[in-house]
Design a protein around this ligand. Structure first.
Ligand code: 3SL
Length: 245
């Protein structure tokens, strides 16, 4: 298994695809996806375009859908939810499909959606991702950070490093590009203070200005839920651990 880290969708190659793409948006899209599926959502359907989300979700029974939309960190008018994982409680999401659009995370998913396997990772479901990759042993794995509008985001790279550190340390993976070593070094420096790192990061600062400190603290937790969001068909993610149990 060879690991590659790409900090942003823009930095991700366009002339080939990996055997497995791991999309990461710790603040907050992939944390929200993991939380919603763990809490019992039927699926999360991701859209980069808001109009597409409204058009497609319209044909879904109203009592079985939730529209979640975020732009610039804030909830989009007309949606049921924004992009806070804290709102994805079992009593809210169980049995429902979450139609989700966010500024960067859903765009990153779109970028690699043609890969044979697409999963999403966040700090909270890091262990499930490590265990899946160790078992499945895909030949090439790309960790794709969502960043912020084309710029690098520390929190996505540190999560890639947290996964890569364990796979590389267990001797089950090789390093495919220098970014992997950079991500591992970042994780090793900050692993005991991920809340501190997320608050220092530019998107963490943006969320603090929007008074979303509780979201940051939640997103910084490691290995708290056992869930593996996996693409079932383009843009539609389900909990792979549920489909295989
Ligand atoms: O950019 C994204 O995809 C979002 O996760 C950003 S936010 O955390 O909802 O502001």
């Amino acid at each position: 298994m060879k690991l590659f880290v790409y900090h942003t969708p823009e930095a991700t190659p366009t002339d080939r695809l990996p055997d497995c793409a791991v999309v990461i948006d710790v603040l907050r899209a992939t944390t929200t996806i993991a939380t919603a599926l763990f809490a019992g959502a039927e699926a999360v359907q991701a859209f980069s375009d808001l109009d597409d989300l409204f058009a497609v979700s319209e044909s879904w029974p109203a009592e079985k859908r939730l529209r979640a939309g975020e732009r610039g960190g804030e909830k989009v008018d007309g949606c049921d939810l924004g992009n806070s994982p804290l709102n994805c409680l079992p009593q809210v999401v169980t049995g429902k499909r979450l139609f989700l659009t966010t500024t960067n995370g859903t765009r990153a998913l779109k970028r690699v959606e043609a890969s044979p396997t697409v999963i999403t990772a966040a700090q909270i479901n890091r262990r499930s991702v490590v265990e899946y990759l160790q078992g499945a042993q895909p030949e090439t794995v790309w960790f794709v950070g969502s960043g912020w509008q084309g710029d690098y985001s520390l929190e996505d790279t540190v999560c890639a490093g947290a996964i890569a550190a364990e796979l590389w340390g267990n001797d089950v993976a090789n390093v495919g590009n220098d970014e992997v070593l950079g991500a591992i070094a970042l994780y090793q420096q900050w692993q005991s203070d991920l809340v501190g790192l997320l608050k220092l990061a530019s998107h963490g600062q943006r969320l603090l200005r929007l008074e979303k400190e509780k979201d940051i603290v939640y997103c910084a937790q490691s290995d708290t839920i056992d869930v593996l969001p996996m693409q079932q068909s383009p843009g539609i993610l389900v909990n792979h651990l549920k489909t295989t149990s």
